[in-house]
Design a protein around this ligand. Sequence first.
Ligand SMILES: *Cc1c(COP(=O)(O)O)cnc(C)c1O
Length: 388
Amino acid sequence: MPQDLKAGLERRRAEHLYRHRRVLGSPQGREIILDGQKLLSFCSNDYLGLSRHPKVIEAFRQGAENHGVGSGAAHLITGHGTAHQKLEEVLAEFVGYPRALLFSTGYMANLGVISALLGRADCLFADRLNHASLIDGGLLSRARLKRYPHGNVASLLRQLASVESGKKLVATDGVFSMDGDLAPLPQLAQTCANQDAWLMVDDAHGIGVIGPEGRGTLAHFGLGPSEVPILMGTLGKALGAFGAFVAGSEELIETLIQQARPYIYTTAPPPAVAEAVRAGIELVITDQWRRDRLVALVQRFRTGAERLGLKLFPSHTPIQPLLLGESERALAWSRELEALGILATAIRPPTVPAGSARLRITFSAEHLESDVDSLLVALESIMQREAA
Ligand SMILES: *Cc1c(COP(=O)(O)O)cnc(C)c1O
């Protein structure tokens, strides 16, 4: 067996697709220690810098004191505590839905929703750039999968109209994780309403960052439960903690509790994590300055990068990818940046389509304007070296 695996690993290496883990020796922040080296980081999803906010840490500490560390059981046995219950109420209120259900991770939430709602006779429609967990949810459900070109509502409409039987679920990222752009949610909602399809939005990168008081991409567009019956959000990105939730009607949440296997057959998250998330939501609501700061940093970066002639994506979120094309080139740029003390990871196929390898640059409210300038200076020097 090792011999068979070895060939596969070597092929990956030859194709510049081999993935390595690095060891983080510090908390997330604008400066991190990675494999013992200090780097200016543009790589975390801790967009608001909440993962080590004193109030979040204190809530976590208190939570562990009050409830212990492990939850000790699944939600449906004895693992569902007051901390989880309170957080679900706060989350539902935060996103403006009747109810919310906590999941251990966003990956599991997507698997849980899709597999609970669809079966063999049904059809899942997915944007081509959706997160892998939405695709895997479709596989678990055994429903037919139809993928439509990125953001292309007309194409989706044709696909929806061509399917005559079974339930139809349209799933999309709210903010696309590797491109940073927003899904055309008002148009998608209209199309789903006309075609009698359910719409599910995965707002992993929108919650906390987009919309009034950081209430997400739906709030940004003025949409709610009647247009988007299923909302998924994660708690490990802008909220700085861990976990995920699904928001929807009373009936949706009760159905998930009965039928979502990734909800039922797993240990409930540590209650202290739920307490930390509640502290994070308060900060998300009160600290508008964190979002304002992100907007200013992104603007500064885009202006500078455009001046250099770099290929940006049409994104106004803290996800600012730089298109480089081949995997090898993206890796080379990432390595050169690192030699200059800057971390921006190369994202390669199959995470992104072939020929669209990129550096995925993300900003956090913790960054300084001078950090953006350092990044631009480093990118300029790499361009010059490449041209020489
Ligand atoms: C990160 C992410 C997930 C998975 O969430 P986890 O809590 O990390 O499992 C799902 N969807 C999208 C769009 C994501 O970016």
